[in-house]
Design a protein around this ligand. Sequence first.
Ligand SMILES: NC(=O)c1ccc[n+]([C@@H]2O[C@H](COP(=O)([O-])OP(=O)(O)OC[C@H]3O[C@@H](n4cnc5c(N)ncnc54)[C@H](O)[C@@H]3O)[C@@H](O)[C@H]2O)c1
Length: 476
Amino acid sequence: MRIGVPTEIKSSEFRVGLVPASVREITAHGHEVVVQSGAGAGIFADDAAYQKAGARILPTAEAVFAEADLIVKVKEPQAIEYKRLQPHQILFTYLHLAPDADQARGLLASGATAIAYETVTDAQGGLPLLAPMSEVAGRLSIEAAAMALRRSSGGRGVLMGGVPSVKPAKVVVLGGGVVGTHAARMAAGLGADVTIIDRSLPRLRQLDELFEGRVRTLASTLESIETEVFAADAVIGAVLVPGASAPKLVTRDMLKEMKKGAVLVDVAIDQGGCFETSYPTTHAEPTYEIDGIIHYCVANMPGAVPVTSAQALNNATLPFVLKLAAKGLAALDDDKHLAAGLNVRAGRIVHPTVAASLGFDRLEVRPFALAAERRPITNPPCAPLPLRGATRRAGPLHNRSGPAFLFCIVRRPESGARQQVRPVVHDLSAASSFSPPSPSASPGSSGSRISHGASIGSVITAIPMERLANVSAFMA
Ligand SMILES: NC(=O)c1ccc[n+]([C@@H]2O[C@H](COP(=O)([O-])OP(=O)(O)OC[C@H]3O[C@@H](n4cnc5c(N)ncnc54)[C@H](O)[C@@H]3O)[C@@H](O)[C@H]2O)c1
């Protein structure tokens, strides 16, 4: 298989999907690796280091996206990246789709398969590809809080560890998972007064044993959160409900009761944030102030220490990259933990929690906004074709590698009854506008090039013209 590594383009992101040592491992297993020139610059790995490891260097991201079968990245694809994805490709990266409907629509429209690092599981019920970055972010969160607490940064002017005769800072950690544990470890190491709040009693028991009394633990209730947050100098937001947007544990009203100059570090910002007043910031401008409370909400915290974090990430991802390289999507059949990472497949959100969080119907494909961007279509982008007991909808889609297509979505009727329908695929390559056929029009008329039987509930998406003969293969 050919594995591609583009340069990360998110603001202040210096990590890279594969470090040279991983490339060496992958090429030793007989696969090909193409790397965008300069992709490793952020970790001081130059093109020569990648070539020595067996990679072929390509000049641009376009070239990497055009050639690769499996694309290994770090951060979620940006708009320019998901528009480059093709239906046959597998994207393996962090996605954090739940709070990001635009990205979800972009991935659906691409037709590509997207496997999210953050929902891959392990036998212990953990998230092994989130863990290394959570370790880094947890430790960094205390460095960030300590910086923001300085008066010169607008903070309370409190030293984390205090000094003999002066109290240390009070640090409250919401969520005692990987981020929370590493944050607590750093804060306790600096001598701060640390409390961890979690909703899991077994987890609180483990933490109590781990820290041997150096850290307090509390069950997560409205009462405990309010009391602790109001007394805190720094609050670390580290909660996670896998695949879902983070719960808002600190509301805007609560800020008024907090100490002026206190700091909120929302590590969970990549899942939408667990403070109501959080919005994502960058390393260039990491903080802002609301009601006298300093907020730090950098969504890619580990990007600040790319040498440590790229290596830590690769240590965890490499075994999965090797499996995907060896077997392609069949690797998902053999490994249920890797399969748990599957978020998007052939125009559908297939991860139930992610789909529910986005409010997407798993059978629904919504590429219309993107299609409209690529090629203005004058008819309404989504034209219902009434059919007894079922909903057929049709919309235009323009594929950059070929002509535009109409694709049909045939949705399951409420009754669940199966019924034969005949979706019609139109070649729109020469058309600047398109009028859907009337329900009575026979398949093959109105300029249609092909018609094919399908059962209700099947989905046909983005069918390249040259593969129309095999249209049945595209039915989900
Ligand atoms: N900003 C960044 O750069 C960055 C980097 C790494 C991880 N993260 C994010 O940090 C968050 C935490 O990650 P993690 O690896 O520690 O997850 P984790 O699953 O190890 O821990 C989450 C903890 O939150 C607890 N929790 C859930 N709901 C709660 C509630 N209502 N009250 C109290 N506790 C609650 C869970 O019981 C669990 O112990 C995630 O959103 C993750 O995506 C962000």
